[in-house]
Structure formats: C-alpha cells, structure tokens
Ligand binder design. Structure first.
Ligand SMILES: *Cc1c(COP(=O)(O)O)cnc(C)c1O
Length: 394
C-alpha cells in the first residue's frame, strides 16, 4: 500500500490495536484508538507550526481519554456546545484554552460558557455579536469569514461565515459593545488536499486586520480553522508542505505585522490513530453474471461511517483473510454496504475495492484511518444498531 500505514510507527500502532482486539475480543463493530498515535500527530503538528496555537476540534473524536491526553500535552480546544466545554474542563483543560468556535449558539449556552470561564468566541452574525456582548461581556471575539474551500474533500459551503465587509463591520460593532475584537477566523474545508488552500482566506484576514488596525482598533489574531488532512486510500501531501505554505502565506499577506495564529485540527490529530473492526454479515451476488459481490458489514452509514457519503473518504481495508494488506489470497471486486434497511446505507459502489474471494460471514474487515468523524457521528441507534463503541489502547 502507498499510504502512510506503511510507515513503521503506524505499523506498530496497528499491531497494538490488533493485539488488543485479538486478546479482548470486544463486540463488533467497534473503534479502537491508539493513544500514542494521537500524541505523535499532535507533536508533529506542533513541531511543524511551532508558533501556532493548536486548538483540537473536539467533534472529530470526543473520547474522554483522547481529550485528556491532548490536554496533558498542552493542546487547546475548539468546542461547539456546553457538553464539549464540560468534557474539556473535566479532562484537565483550562477555560483559557477553550475556543467556543461554533457561530450558531443559544444565548443561554453563551452564558453557560462564560460562567465556566470561557472567554474566546467565534461569531459570524450581528445577532450573535449582540448576544456575546450581553452574555459574555468583555470576551474576545473572532469573526468568521466565508471562504473558497474548493480544494477540500469536505467543503463547508455557505453555512458558516460572512463576507469580509460584514466581518469588518461586526468587529467594529463588537468593539463598540465592549467586546475585544480579536481578529478573523475561517475554515478552508475539511481534508483540504491543497497546501495552498488557506491562502485566499489569509489574504482576506490580513486586509480586515490591517484596515481595523489603521482605524485604531487592535485585532491581532487569525484562526486558520481545520482542514489539515489525514491519509486514507490515497495520501495527501506531507504536513511540512502545509506548514511551509501557511507560514509563507501569512508572511506574504501580513507583511511587517506578525499576527497571533491559531489552528483547529481535528481529523489530522485523530484519524490515523483509529481502526474500526467490523464483521461480515453476508456476502451475496445480485445475478449469476455479475462479477461484483455485495459484502454487507455490521457497520454502515449510520453506525459511524457517515463520511462515506459520496464516497468522499475511502478507508483502507484489511480483512482477516488477507493478513498482510493486499498480499496473499486471490481477490475480486466488491460493493460494500451497511447492515440497516436504508437504501442509502451503501458505503462504496464506485470506489474500486477488491477483497478475498473466500471472504465469508463472520470474517473481520478492519477499516484503517477511522479515528475521526466516526464514533462522533454514530450517536443514534438507527434500526436498533447501537452507537459505535470506542476502546483506547496505550
Ligand atoms: C470541524 C471543525 C474543525 C476541524 O476540522 P478538521 O477538518 O477535522 O480539521 C475546526 N474548526 C471548526 C470551526 C470546525 O467546525
């Protein structure tokens, strides 16, 4: 395989996970997170971007042990709800290390956050800025701008952010209302495959910050959001290319002024630490002439594999029949589907997967790179299948 799963540390991580699975034999499907890999990924991002504040996006994987490990390593946190604030505080994060980065929040949730000591918020609307002024007086606010996220596998569309012109006005309003107009935030789209994917937004942020500083306000900060990628069936460019592109872009657009920089990685910290073990429920064919077998797993779109929608994320697969990836047993093409009675619960029918011809019910299929946006997406027991269980190994 050409993915980073060939790299030695990940090999060791997958071996630790398999030892746990073979020894404890937990019910499937389940997600197993290798905590040393989470620590490695965090350290790699910190080393690549040494002057940047790292705020782990909790939604990528809210497992308490993951949050606790990252707090102990000195990470800060990007949260979206009171429950995520409670989780971070309970696992050792300081309130100053939390950014309430969801622009969509109730007034009482803002008041709750403020009561727990959170003083940094992201906003993108006049209503929310006014809510912050009332319920989080004196807090710092970043205004989120709409950006072009075309290089990303999961663009954020238009749901979050406002035009640079409006963001500039709202930062002025924030100052008038007694808030600290800290700067500009954005999200360049998740699994951003273009290392230059942050450039346009950094340019916009520099213009906004420059304009407000010329007026006598003192915004200092640009929040680069998420988007750092993880390796799946195909590998993104190396982290060093992202760090170089981002650093150069900040220097180019901000010139002499050197801003405070935040980044909110989610996927890049946890994806590669996780393996989902699933079990084959059924292997079948739709006609005598169809070369494809249908392989139904005990996990699907509603059990944690939401990111297979549009086949955007293609997880590397390893079965209990092939031992070493892609070696050994003769293979043939398959369509992969989940176990529910929902017609959309098909994982891959266009992405080319070939699995061993002798694969049968009861065999395991392991999905690699599955630590991000899996357990956190499977919170409902659709069709009676329970939410995805998470185990951690250290
Ligand atoms: C989800 C999210 C992130 C994390 O995005 P990744 O692409 O997983 O790094 C960061 N910031 C905000 C505001 C988010 O909503």
């Amino acid at each position: 395989m050409t993915t980073s799963f060939a790299d030695e540390r990940l090999h060791e991580a997958m071996a630790r996970i398999r030892r746990f699975l073979d020894h404890d034999r937990p019910d499937t499907p389940c997600l197993v997170i290798d905590l040393p890999t989470v620590r490695d990924r965090f350290a790699a991002i910190r080393a690549a971007l040494p002057r940047v504040g790292i705020f782990y996006a909790v939604k990528a994987n809210p497992t308490p042990d993951v949050v606790g490990l990252l707090a102990a390593e000195g990470s800060s946190f990007d949260v979206a709800s009171p429950a995520e604030i409670d989780l971070c505080l309970a696992r050792g994060a300081a309130p100053e290390a939390i950014s309430y980065s969801n622009p969509i929040k109730k007034a009482r949730d803002v008041a709750y956050a403020y009561g727990r000591g959170v003083r940094l918020f992201v906003s993108d609307s006049e209503q929310d800025v006014r809510v912050l002024a009332e319920h989080a007086p004196g807090a710092s606010v970043l205004l989120r701008i709409l950006v072009d996220s075309s290089g990303s596998t999961y663009p954020f569309g238009k749901k979050f952010g406002c035009s640079p012109e409006m963001a500039t006005d709202l930062l002025r309003l924030a100052a008038e209302l007694g808030l600290v107009p800290l700067g500009v935030a954005f999200h360049a789209g998740s699994q951003q495959l273009d290392p230059n994917g942050w450039d346009g937004a950094i340019a916009d942020a520099a213009v906004i910050i420059g304009k407000l500083r010329a007026e006598g306000l003192s915004p200092t900060t640009v929040n680069l959001g998420g988007g750092l990628p993880a390796g799946y069936l195909t590998q993104p460019p190396p982290l060093a290319e992202y760090a170089a592109a981002i650093t150069a872009s900040i220097a180019r657009h901000f010139g002499d002024f050197s801003p405070e920089v935040m980044i909110e990685p989610g996927r890049a910290i946890v994806a590669e630490s996780g393996l989902i073990r699933s079990e084959v429920v059924l292997v079948s064919r739709k006609s005598y002439s169809d070369e494809h077998r249908w392989v139904f797993l005990d996990i699907g779109r509603y059990g944690g594999l939401a990111e297979t929608e549009g086949e955007a994320i293609a997880y590397p697969l390893v079965t209990s029949r092939d031992g070493v990836p892609q070696a050994g047993a003769p293979v043939g093409p398959v369509v992969l589907a989940g176990p529910t009675c929902d017609a959309d619960d098909v994982l891959y029918q266009n992405t080319c997967y070939e699995l061993p011809l002798d694969l049968r019910a009861g065999d395991h299929v392991d999905l690699l790179g599955a630590g991000a946006y899996t357990a956190s997406y499977s919170s409902v027991a659709f069709n009676g299948f329970p939410p995805l269980a998470t185990h951690c190994v250290r």
